[in-house]
Design a protein around this ligand. Structure first.
Ligand code: SF4
Length: 227
């Protein structure tokens, strides 16, 4: 029987809004389900089943159908969630079917990727969650998974911060888990707040030798779904 992915939405072509590929022409595969419950989550319809109707928000799709939708749609395919590595097996099948296309997997860094995903055309955008996201640290920051991602040489680490004071916590997490290639992104759902935070964060981020990126989708479309 064909493997199945639990899909929240397929959208694009659009633009990758975050991280090192900011602005790239991209197609998005957003998967359902998450193992965290961040207080500021901007995609709660992928997992918050007490609020959202799972039957309406989640579709079971054969991997082949998702592959056929994504193939040729854009130069970059972004697999996001929710937490896509909760479906690592079918995700690996999807990635294998997209050989020759650049793929970014956006993960919260709590699940170690299987070897089938450590391949040439795949990069991981890892977003470890800080205390402000809520929930106990042992659930948010898992040493084995972060180590596996860091050691893969295919990961960049994106931290969403609400203010400059949170940069000290990012530095502690970076040092504790040996993370390279750190990116800071503002937590904001409006263009005005995003720009305000970017200006607050720019100098301290430069001083620490990190990278700073906006969330392009917020600047362009604020909190619209499917963009
Ligand atoms: S890890 Fe991501 S999808 Fe899951 S609750 Fe946190 S912000 Fe939302």
């Amino acid at each position: 029987m064909a493997s199945v992915l639990r899909v929240a939405e397929l959208f694009g072509p659009t633009l990758q809004g975050e991280g090192p590929s900011l602005g790239r022409h991209a197609a998005f595969v957003r998967l359902s389900g998450c193992n965290l419950a961040c207080s500021w989550c901007d995609t709660p319809w992928t997992w918050q089943w007490r609020v959202y109707d799972r039957a309406a928000e989640q579709t079971a799709m054969p991997v082949d159908a998702v592959r056929d939708w994504a193939r040729g749609r854009a130069d970059l395919v972004v697999i996001t969630g929710g937490e896509p590595l909760l479906q690592a097996g079918p995700v690996a099948e999807l990635v294998a079917g997209l050989a020759g296309t650049a793929v970014e997997i956006e993960t919260n860094g709590t699940v170690a990727p299987p070897p089938e995903l450590l391949v040439e055309h795949v990069a991981f955008n890892v977003s470890p969650k800080l205390a402000g996201a809520g929930g106990p640290e042992h659930r948010r920051l898992r040493e084995r998974a972060l180590r596996a991602l860091a050691d893969s040489g295919r990961a960049r680490f994106k931290f969403v911060v609400a203010d400059a004071a949170e940069l000290d916590e990012v530095a502690r997490v970076q040092a504790a888990h040996g993370l390279d290639d750190v990116w800071i992104m503002p937590e904001a759902t409006s263009a005005g707040r995003l720009l305000e935070l970017l200006r607050d964060l720019a100098d301290p981020v430069i001083e620490r030798g990190w990278n700073l990126a906006p969330r392009l989708q917020v600047l362009l479309w604020e909190d619209a779904r499917g963009r």
